[in-house]
Ligand binder design. Structure first.
Ligand SMILES: Cc1ncc(COP(=O)(O)O)c(C=O)c1O
Length: 361
């Protein structure tokens, strides 16, 4: 027997590993998970019952075309079903977007820091990441991103609002940027947190994509809709792109449970979005609380806040954990804290206040 191991693609060497938000400790004092930008509310009763009913048939494969969900999305968002593609979370669809456009020798541009899956899925495809630093105000530097375009560029992510900073790009600057992007380069507006936006100057990607065949919009049921554990997201894109996404998606990737729960969530949208409204109120309270304590916190339009803590990042995360809230540290950079239930936000605010007093003396 030969000792050689199977040949693996060299592109996979040194791939960054995705760090999931840490779960809340089961045996801690009070344990709140504010590390993954999840919705803190349990599923709505109607959605739960639908999911339970779908679970009775999990000896069967799901509807591979996700027809029920596609029809519902088509109606809800006023887009043709041929412009839709679903996947195992929007990260699954993002991977299909890269696989459909980019391979070895090609370049994928995105802001940095941004969603940590971008470098991973880019590297898996064999393409090269071009990371463009955020501005000093933690916002996408769209001019620098446009300047970074070369003839090898195939795809550009614009994460709006940006994970982990919560910052947004507004209509005029986004339109100006899109005017500079060659029509054969795909721009993906990643709107995972769209439902939390209250700034009227932030455009809805679905308005933008209609007149621009090289724009795709990425959405998810994981955040506002509260279905993170079921893994379902979708893209809206013009036909050739959407068709490529359907070709490259993992067959039967979206379970029937996820499909049916997503449809039920869209039908319970008023109630769900009412909960989002409460989270937005909490976001304002947390943001104002932190600013009142003296922190510099970028204005956020997502369900999280960002504290640039530099060398204090890990100590701050440890202090939060000790107090009973788990946050998401990015060592040496900062901490992202999801807006959760009021009680969790209170624990976080108290911890931030105490920490600030220690650090600033
Ligand atoms: C900006 C952004 N895009 C996409 C995703 C992927 O979410 P999901 O795969 O659960 O739809 C996330 C999750 O954190 C995110 O922050």
């Amino acid at each position: 027997m030969s000792e050689t191991s199977p040949k693996l693609r060299a592109e996979l060497d040194g791939i960054p590993t995705y760090k999931p938000g840490k779960p809340a400790a089961a045996d801690g004092p009070v344990a709140f998970k504010l590390s993954s930008n999840e919705n803190p509310y349990p599923p709505l009763p109607g959605v739960m019952e639908t999911a339970i009913a779908a679970a009775r048939n999990f000896n069967r494969y799901p509807d591979m075309a996700c027809s029920g969900l596609m029809n519902e999305l088509s109606e809800r968002f006023g887009v043709p079903a041929t412009h839709l593609a679903t996947g195992t979370g929007s990260v699954g669809v993002a991977q299909s977007l890269i696989q459909s456009t980019s391979g070895p020798g090609d370049e994928v541009i995105y802001a940095w820091r941004s969603f940590e899956a971008y470098p991973i899925i880019t590297q898996i495809s064999g393409a090269t990441s071009v990371q463009v630093p955020l501005t000093a105000g933690e916002v996408h530097d769209l001019d620098a991103m446009a300047d970074a375009i070369t003839e090898r560029t195939r795809l550009i992510f614009v994460c709006n609002p940006n994970n982990p900073t919560g910052t947004v790009v507004r209509r005029a600057e986004l339109e100006r940027f899109l005017d500079r992007v060659p029509s054969d380069v795909l721009v993906v507006l990643d709107e995972a947190y769209r439902e939390f936006i209250r700034d009227a100057e932030v455009p809805d990607g679905l308005e933008i994509y209609r007149d621009r065949p090289n724009v795709a919009v990425l959405r998810t049921f994981s955040k506002a809709y509260g279905l993170a554990g079921l893994r379902v997201g979708f893209a809206v894109a013009h036909e050739p792109v959407a068709a490529a996404l359907r070709k490259t998606a993992v067959p039967f990737g979206v379970s029937q449970l996820a499909q049916d729960a997503a449809v039920a969530s869209l039908r319970a949208e008023d109630e769900l979005l009412g909960r989002v409204g409460s989270l937005v109120c909490e976001r304002t309270r947390v943001h104002e609380g932190l600013v009142g304590q003296g922190w510099t916190v970028p204005e956020t339009q997502a369900n999280f806040v960002w504290l640039r803590l530099g060398e204090h990042t890990l100590d701050f995360a440890a202090a939060c954990e000790k107090a009973g809230v788990v946050v998401r540290p990015f060592a040496g950079e900062g901490v992202r804290v999801t807006i959760g239930e009021a009680e969790a936000n209170d624990v976080f605010l108290h911890t931030a206040e105490a920490f600030r007093k220690i650090v600033t003396g």
